[in-house]
Design a protein. Structure first.
Ligand code: HPA
Length: 278
C-alpha cells in the first residue's frame, strides 16, 4: 500500500465529493467504533458510501459503516465520517490520515474527533465521556507517521508544532456545554496504539505510569494531519470498557460496541451543544 499520498491524489478525491454535494463543510466530525448513530441527526444530508469514492480508504471493521455524510447539524455545515480506518486494517498511515486531508481541501476549519477507548484511569467507568486534553503518540514514537514522505508544503510545515494539539478554546467550550447539558465530562490523556490486539496487563500498567487516562487504536494519526494543516481539533473519547490492569477481566469488541449504545445519546447531545455555540 502506498506510503505517501500526493496533493493531486487528495484533490482528485475532494473533487469527486464536491461533484456529489452542494454543501461546503466547515466542521469535520469523525465517529468512532459504535458511535456512528450521530450521523442520523444530520439534516439535508448527502450520503456517499465510502466505497463509491475512488481512492477513499474503506473500513473493514464491524461498527464502522463507512459513509461520508455532508449536511447541516445545528446550522453548521458538517462533513461527518461514519466509520474511520485504522492502521491495523492494513492501510498505510498516509491512508489513515487521508480523510482529514480531503476534509481540509473541502474547507473544514475544525475537526471533532471521537473514538471508543479503554479506561486506564481507575476512576473512569464504561459509558463516561472523556475530553481529550492531550495525547501520547505511541504509534508515532514507534516510527509511524501519516506525515512521513515528502512534505506537502501547500498544506503545512515539515515539522508541525504539537504543543497544543487539542484546541484550548474548544476544550473550554466543551466543558461549558457539558455543564449546561448536565453531562459528566471526564478529562485526560489518550494514548494511541497500533492494535489490533488489546493490551496486556503489563502494557496497561506501563501506560498508567506514563500518564495515560484512556487507550485506543485511532485518533492520533488524524489529529497529527489536522494540526499539520492548521485545523483546530476537539477530541472526545467514549469510554467503552475498563482496561484490564489486574488481568482479572477480558476486553471484547462486543463490549466496546455495546457501550456505544449508552454513549451515543450523551455524545450526540454534547456535540450538538458544541456546534450550536461555536
Ligand atoms: N484498548 C485499546 N483500544 C480500545 C480499548 C481498549 O481497552 N477499548 C476500545 N478501544
Amino acid at each position: 500500500m502506498s506510503d505517501t499520498i500526493s496533493l493531486e491524489q487528495i484533490d482528485q478525491i475532494a473533487s469527486q465529493i464536491r461533484s456529489r454535494t452542494k454543501h461546503q463543510p466547515a466542521v469535520g466530525i469523525i465517529l468512532g467504533s459504535g458511535l456512528g448513530e450521530l450521523a442520523s441527526a444530520v439534516e439535508d444530508a448527502d450520503v456517499i458510501p465510502a466505497g463509491e469514492v475512488n481512492g477513499w480508504p474503506v473500513s473493514t471493521v464491524k461498527g464502522h459503516q463507512g459513509r461520508l455524510i455532508l449536511g447541516n447539524l445545528e446550522s453548521q455545515p458538517v462533513f461527518v465520517l461514519q466509520g474511520r480506518v485504522h492502521y491495523y486494517e492494513g492501510y498505510s498511515m498516509a491512508q489513515v490520515g487521508l480523510p482529514v486531508r480531503v476534509m481540509q481541501r473541502l474547507g473544514i476549519q475544525t475537526l471533532i474527533v471521537t473514538n471508543a477507548a479503554g479506561a486506564v484511569n481507575p476512576e473512569f467507568e464504561p459509558g463516561d465521556l472523556m475530553l481529550i486534553t492531550d495525547h501520547l503518540n505511541l504509534i508515532g514514537l514507534g516510527g509511524l507517521s501519516p506525515l512521513r514522505g515528502p512534505n506537502l508544503d501547500e498544506l503545512g510545515p515539515r515539522f508541525p508544532d504539537m504543543s497544543r494539539a487539542y484546541d484550548r478554546e474548544l476544550m473550554a467550550l466543551a466543558r461549558r456545554c457539558a455543564a449546561e447539558e448536565n453531562i459528566l465530562l471526564r478529562e485526560g490523556v489518550y494514548a494511541g496504539l497500533a492494535g489490533p490486539a488489546f493490551e496486556t496487563p503489563a502494557d496497561l500498567r506501563f501506560l498508567r505510569l506514563i500518564g495515560t487516562d484512556a487507550v485506543g487504536m485511532s485518533t492520533v494519526p488524524e489529529v497529527t494531519v489536522a494540526r499539520h494543516g492548521g485545523t483546530r481539533v476537539l477530541g472526545i473519547s467514549g469510554i467503552s470498557n475498563k482496561a484490564n490492569l489486574d488481568g482479572e477481566t477480558v476486553t471484547t469488541h462486543e463490549e466496546v460496541l455495546e457501550a456505544g449504545r449508552i454513549l451515543v445519546p450523551k455524545l450526540t447531545k454534547l456535540v450538538r451543544a458544541v456546534l450550536r455555540s461555536m
